[in-house]
Design a protein around this ligand. Structure first.
Ligand SMILES: [Zn+2]
Ligand SMILES: [Zn+2]
Length: 161
C-alpha cells in the first residue's frame, strides 16, 4: 500500500492524517506481526522525533479504528498487522513465539460457532492455534532421541516373551 492509500484509510476511519500515524501504518506493513517495541523503533527511525509512548498511543488508536489488527500471542504480548478484514487466523509457537498466518477454516466469518452462544449473535471467530513450530519440534526430537539412547539399557530390562 502507498502513503496515498494509508492516507485514504485514515480518512475513511475518521482519523486525522498525521505523520506518526502514516509512519506507523507503513511500519506495520513493512514488519507484519511485529510487536509494539519493534514498530516504535521503526517509526522513530523514519521520523526521529516521536516518543515511544506516542507510537504506543497511535497503535491503540489505529487498532481501535480497525486499521490495525492486534494479535495476542500469550501473556500480555501483542503483535500488530494491517487489518485486511480477511478473517485469517494465527499459528503461534509456544516455545519461540513464531507467528504465522493461516486462512480462515471455512473461508468466511464466522468460521466457528461455539457450542453455547449465550444468546450472542456471533460475527467472527479469532482463532489462535498454539503449539510447537517445525524448528522447535526438530530441536525437541533431537533432545528426546539423545535421552532415549542414554536410557536404552532400561528397554532391555523388559524382554518381550
Ligand atoms: Zn518455535
Ligand atoms: Zn496475521
Amino acid at each position: 500500500m502507498s502513503t496515498l492509500e494509508h492516507t485514504a484509510a485514515l480518512r475513511g476511519a475518521g482519523l486525522r492524517v498525521t505523520a506518526p500515524r502514516l509512519a506507523t501504518l507503513a511500519a506495520a506493513e513493512a514488519h507484519p506481526h511485529a510487536d509494539a517495541e519493534t514498530l516504535a523503533r521503526a517509526v522513530r527511525e523514519s521520523l526521529g522525533t516521536v516518543s515511544r509512548q506516542a507510537v504506543y498511543d497511535v497503535l491503540n488508536a489505529l487498532s481501535d479504528a480497525g486499521l490495525l489488527r492486534r494479535v495476542s500471542v500469550g501473556g500480555r504480548s501483542m503483535r500488530y498487522e494491517l487489518h485486511r478484514h480477511d478473517n485469517h487466523h494465527h499459528l503461534v509457537c509456544r516455545a519461540c513465539g513464531r507467528l504465522e498466518d493461516v486462512s480462515c477454516a471455512v473461508g468466511e466469518a464466522p468460521c466457528l460457532h461455539p457450542h453455547e452462544d449465550h444468546g450472542f449473535e456471533v460475527e467472527m471467530a479469532d482463532v489462535v492455534y498454539r503449539g510447537l513450530c517445525s524448528t522447535c519440534r526438530a530441536e525437541a526430537t533431537e533432545t528426546a532421541t539423545s535421552t532415549e539412547t542414554a536410557g536404552s539399557g532400561a528397554a532391555a530390562a523388559h524382554p518381550t516373551p
